[in-house]
Design a protein around this ligand. Structure first.
Ligand code: NAD
Length: 382
């Protein structure tokens, strides 16, 4: 594989493969850009991850952190493996991973799909550098408090004004009822929205009169699937895509909406909870059809904002205030720009984030960074 295939003017700063023969750990770390500060990004565990997915997620973190206005660059890591493996095996693997990233000091590890606060505690124990820690050891447990779902609800409050949508009556469908999906549903239903459909990897649950968010969460927290829930109508996993609703939240995997299935969506507003859930062709199609889609790194930045507040020693209450303030401001900035310039929200968001990263690069490396030095006379070339 050509590891330089992803290189462009922003990064990646480094791509590191980690292998540990004793635990059979296979992992990849991508530190994309550190102009705004040391990179923060989640550690994902799944059997089917790849270097390309890791790079794309790291780039999304560069933009997300810059857009959020936190002093951190973007990075990401992936571990190849089943997140449901026996816990002792998982601990060995994650501790080996922690030792592998000990020297990558500009990468701060956070939780992502397949990893949680416990995993962050093991990493902290090994190398003292992770965020999203359990409360007992000084963390703000971002998945427990639902930091990302809280931010998605803040984005919804702003986005409704651009669509003349009434959040207090909106029908909501959530794909992926995990940490992000469950809390997004919880905070939005608290604002009056009705959860008409939810899905997980095993199936879709639908009820036009509304599903009970707490009851679904209880089934999931006992290790069950939504298909075990006694109520509503049950459909296959991908049925959620075509459910009639006002707000559709992808909160599961990347690339779940492509040009092939985007026309099945029957909604007015998409709040991207998952990272890169919609391909760019599908996003262009949505823009043409007037379906408003708030990009991932704007809508789902709550988790990383919370992590940054934790890293700086702030409290849970401070974290929620900062999330509300930053996500509301950024959603408004992006949707106003998109509307006034007739561009898609993603184009507007990428411009905003890119401007911030480039500004940080020019402020930090006024005379060019290492790669732009003229080695013959050791003078900066710019
Ligand atoms: P999670 O593991 O807690 O939950 C994922 C959920 O998605 C589970 O219910 C699972 O059954 C379901 N799922 C998996 N594949 C599916 C599919 N094909 N269709 C429908 N459901 C499916 O993960 P999470 O922490 O909630 O993260 C979800 C997404 O949000 C990921 O893309 C992650 O990168 C992104 N994200 C998470 C955070 C965070 O704070 N946890 C922050 C930003 C972005």
């Amino acid at each position: 594989m050509d590891i330089f295939q992803f290189s462009d003017e922003l990064g990646p700063d480094k791509i590191v493969g980690i292998y540990d023969p004793s635990t059979k750990l296979h992992a990849i770390v991508v530190v994309d850009n550190v102009a705004c500060g040391p990179s923060i990004g989640g550690m994902r565990m799944a059997p089917d991850v790849s270097a390309e997915e890791c790079f794309r997620l790291a780039r999304a973190m560069t933009f997300k952190n810059a857009a959020a206005g936190i002093p951190h660059g973007g990075g990401k890591s992936v571990i190849f493996g089943d997140p449901h493996m026996p816990i002792s095996e998982k601990e060995h693997l994650i501790r080996a991973f922690a030792r592998g990233v000990a020297q990558i000091t500009d990468y701060i590890v956070g939780p992502d799909m397949g990893t949680d606060e416990q995993a962050m505690a093991w990493i902290h124990d090994e190398i003292g550098r992770s965020v999203g820690l359990p409360r007992e050891i000084g963390g703000i447990p971002l998945d427990e408090i639902g930091a990302t779902g809280f931010g998605i609800a803040a984005a919804a409050e702003v986005a409704q004004k651009f669509l003349d949508l009434d959040l207090t009556k909106a029908r909501l469908a959530v794909q992926g009822f995990g940490a992000v999906g469950h809390h997004a549903a919880k905070f939005l239903t608290k604002k009056g929205a009705v959860l008409v459909a939810a899905s997980d990897s095993k199936g879709t649950l639908y009820c036009a009169d509304g599903l009970d968010v707490d009851a679904l969460a209880a089934v999931k927290s006992e290790g069950g699937a939504l298909s075990d829930y006694d109520g509503g109508e049950h459909f296959d996993r991908d049925h959620i895509v075509g459910v009639p609703c006002d707000i559709w939240i992808p909160a599961a995997r990347p690339d779940v909406i492509t040009r092939k299935n985007v026309d099945r969506l029957n909604t007015r507003l998409i709040l991207q909870g998952a990272n890169i859930p919609i391909t760019s062709e599908a996003e262009d199609w949505l823009h043409e059809k007037g379906i408003l889609s708030v990009p991932d790194f704007i809508a789902n930045a709550g988790g990383v904002i919370c992590a940054a507040v934790e890293y700086q020693g702030g409290s849970e209450a401070q974290a929620l205030n900062v999330i509300q303030e930053k996500i509301s401001f950024n959603t408004h900035e992006v949707l106003s720009k998109a509307s006034s310039l007739s561009i898609s929200p993603r184009t507007a968001a990428v411009r905003l984030a890119r401007e911030r990263v480039e500004k940080a690069m020019s402020v930090r490396w006024k005379f060019g960074n290492a790669s732009s030095f003229n080695l013959s006379n050791n003078e900066p070339t710019t």
